[in-house]
Design a binder for this molecule. Structure first.
Ligand code: NAD
Length: 297
């Protein structure tokens, strides 16, 4: 009697890839410093959201670790939008600041789009400014949102060419889903975007050679939705009683997929590494240098 052994997917180690990327960035920062250029990243946090505080702290630490200057601006929750815009104006004008990141979400009394669009697009290292979104959508040189950029790097590293592959992105946010779809399209994948009103999601998933889950619901994507051999990128970060889990039922999916990112240790570390990559790119462009090798799409 022969038993069918379950297949086990290759683990896409985002943590290790991100560490390599940060090392590469650190080397390039040293080379810039030899020309008296030190990249600087300003991070603005309004309010006391605990998750945001953790993100801002680790962004600051990793910025310094690669040799860049980190400028942290913590503002009280009751800060007026006018005062925030005045700070952004000062950072826009400051030549020591190459990248500006306003940590989201902002307090409810602020107009998020107005704040993001007040950042100089050349310093918009999150890639959320409307000009950068438009440039990405029209195939022009842009600052690209960090999480989708990190996913793209992992996909290219694992698959090589994405050309002609069926890619399904679950989620249509401006931060992850939409820019992810744009990047996949740019690499000539055939792209479908699914969202909360999509019909027959399991069937769509079963056709996807590349599956990107950016939903924000724990273990939402089931193992039997996955096409055998597919590459699965799990963007979700969900806090549960069992700790952090992704949007994909990892234990079931790894029996079917060809490759999969874990949560934690997959996309998460790539996001911060790509923020540093974008800061380096912004610094190079501000100084009339060519884009750093391998850090842009
Ligand atoms: P969001 O809430 O803005 O978007 C979620 C998307 O999921 C929406 O477009 C919605 O249409 C879709 N959706 C909701 N229910 C659905 C359903 N039943 N079927 C199909 N689609 C459905 O979230 P976001 O900002 O795009 O983030 C998504 C997830 O990624 C979250 O868990 C977030 O924490 C995580 N995230 C991780 C990183 C990282 O660095 N790893 C970065 C950003 C976001």
């Amino acid at each position: 009697m022969t038993a069918t052994l379950p297949m086990t997917a290759t683990l896409i180690d985002g943590k290790a890839f991100a560490a390599g990327l940060r090392a590469q960035i650190a080397t390039q920062v040293q080379a810039m410093k030899a020309h008296r250029i030190t990249p600087g990243l300003a991070v603005v946090l309004v309010g006391e959201d605990p998750a945001s505080q953790v993100y801002v702290r680790s962004k600051g630490r990793m910025t310094r670790e690669v040799g860049m200057n980190s400028y942290e601006h913590r503002l009280p929750p009751e800060t007026s939008q006018q005062d925030l815009l005045a700070l952004i104006d000062r950072l826009n004008a400051d030549p020591a600041v190459n990248g500006i990141l306003v940590q989201l979400p902002l307090p409810a009394h602020m107009d998020e789009a107005a704040v993001i669009n007040s950042i100089d697009p050349a310093k918009d290292v999150d890639g959320f400014h409307i000009l950068n979104a438009g440039r990405l959508a029209t195939g022009q040189k842009a600052m690209v949102p960090c999480t989708p950029l990190g996913c793209l790097m992992l996909l290219r590293d694992h698959l090589g060419s994405l050309s002609g592959k069926n890619a399904l992105v679950i989620g249509r946010s401006n931060i992850v889903g939409k820019p992810m779809a744009q990047l996949l399209l740019r690499d000539s994948a055939t792209v479908t975007i699914a969202h909360s009103r999509t019909a027959n999601l399991p069937d769509l998933c079963r056709q996807a050679d590349i599956l990107i889950a950016a939903v924000g619901r724990a273990l939402f994507v089931k193992g039997d939705w996955i096409k055998p051999g597919a590459t699965v990128i799990d963007v979700g970060i969900n806090r549960t009683d069992d700790g952090l889990v992704g949007d994909v039922d990892f234990d079931a999916a790894k029996q079917v997929a060809g490759a999969i990112t874990p949560v934690p240790g997959g996309v998460g570390p790539m996001t911060i590494a790509c923020l540093l990559a974008n800061t380096l790119t912004a610094t190079a462009r501000a100084n009339g240098l060519p884009d750093p090798e391998g850090l842009t799409p």
